[in-house]
Design a protein around this ligand. Structure first.
Ligand SMILES: [Zn+2]
Length: 365
């Protein structure tokens, strides 16, 4: 078991999203200036520091006060420069690792085997060797599995080998083993859409009569299901209403962010999900309450805009606790997840009647 989940340097190397799942707008909502109490706060710097921790600095447009939005501590210009440098260094380091990865990526099986002979700790060569084997269906798959285990032995901080192992087990129908591996992958990359998606597929296949099982399920898993359902519901409704122009009804910087993550999955996992699967959880709320969408699409389902807004905000803060293992969920939080799950299910029901969960996840081809 990994104890310090938040200190995984590899955790979301591949994910340029906000590591705490919070969007910058959200950070600013909660913040008044500690100096003048003004609410005109702008994000001026953010990114990951050398240990993978998320760093950000905001500034008050009214009085020019700069501070850390989490602790409200003042940051002077020297420190700002230091943080900027650290973020730059981290980016370079990430780029270097991506370089190493790309070097191993497009090699054939023979070349990769030679690389491993030369350096048995070449984790990327082992990783891509296993992927080539899986792709070619080379028997026994046991060897691919052994390579992935070896990668984990060399570097236990990478999520990718856990994810691949999970997929292997999933394809073979070993759902319990697959689930374990996906959970390990998720610990190392908590915001990954593709891992969450696979884990949910496992859970849904394992529990077809989900409504009865909800009470016995882990609240965290109920949350995961809710997120997947909500996301596919929103996508479906947008497409029904706007057809191919649906993207015009989602904030443009959201879509750019989703595309970035999609590209990254393609590069690392050779697999990508439909674009909407990459929507961050807070984006879903923003899309629902966006004026045109609310009026044209979502009002008939959710009825009261303020209620759905505040429920989703609550879920957003619970989600941060789950994804980053900040602490154990409290009983009332667990209960709320299950209640809200049932509530949202009821509201989306009309839509869900003609869908089964597998189809929901497959999405548009
Ligand atoms: Zn101020």
């Amino acid at each position: 078991m990994v104890e310090e989940d938040e200190e995984n340097p590899y955790g979301d190397r591949w994910d340029y999203g906000y590591p705490f799942g919070a969007s910058s707008e959200e950070l600013m909502d909660e913040n008044a200036c500690p100096n003048c109490q003004g609410g005109n706060i702008k994000l001026i710097l953010d990114g990951k520091g050398l240990d993978g921790e998320y760093l950000s600095v905001v500034m008050c447009s009214d009085c020019g006060f700069m501070f850390d939005p989490e602790t409200k501590r003042e940051i002077d210009s020297d420190e700002l420069l230091g943080i900027k440098n650290e973020i730059e260094m981290r980016k370079l380091e990430e780029e270097q690792i991506m370089q190493e990865m790309r070097l191993a990526k497009n090699q054939d099986i023979e070349t990769l085997k030679k690389e491993i002979e030369k350096n048995s700790r070449n984790k990327w060569a082992r990783y891509f060797l296993s992927k080539e084997m899986i792709k070619k269906g080379l028997n026994p798959l046991k060897e691919a599995q052994a390579q992935l285990m070896k990668v984990i032995e060399i570097d236990d901080k990478l999520y990718a080998p856990y994810f691949q192992l999970g997929k292997l087990f999933y394809e073979m129908g070993c759902l319990t083993d697959a689930e374990k591996k996906f959970r390990e992958a998720l610990k190392r990359n908590p915001d990954s859409a593709i891992i969450n998606e696979y884990l949910s597929r496992c859970l849904m296949r394992a529990n077809p009569s989900e409504m009865q099982e909800i009470q016995n399920m882990q609240a965290e898993d109920v949350f995961r299901k809710l997120e997947i359902y909500l996301r596919s519901f929103i996508e479906r409704k947008l497409r029904e209403k706007y057809g191919n122009k649906w993207e015009g009804h989602v904030p443009r910087d959201h879509i750019a962010k989703w595309e970035d993550k999609k590209k990254r999955d393609k590069e690392i996992n050779d697999e990508e999900l439909p674009i909407f699967a990459y929507a961050d959880f807070p984006h879903l709320r923003e899309i629902i309450i966006k004026r045109d969408n609310w009026r044209e699409v979502f009002e008939p389902y959710f009825k009261d805009k303020e209620v759905v807004d505040s429920k989703l905000k609550e879920l957003e803060s619970i989600r941060l606790i789950i994804a980053h293992h900040k602490r154990q969920l409290q009983e009332d939080e667990k209960m709320r997840i299950k209640l809200y799950y049932c509530d949202f299910q009821k509201r989306m029901k009309e839509y869900k009647q003609n869908q089964n969960p597998e189809e929901l996840i497959e999405g548009e081809k």
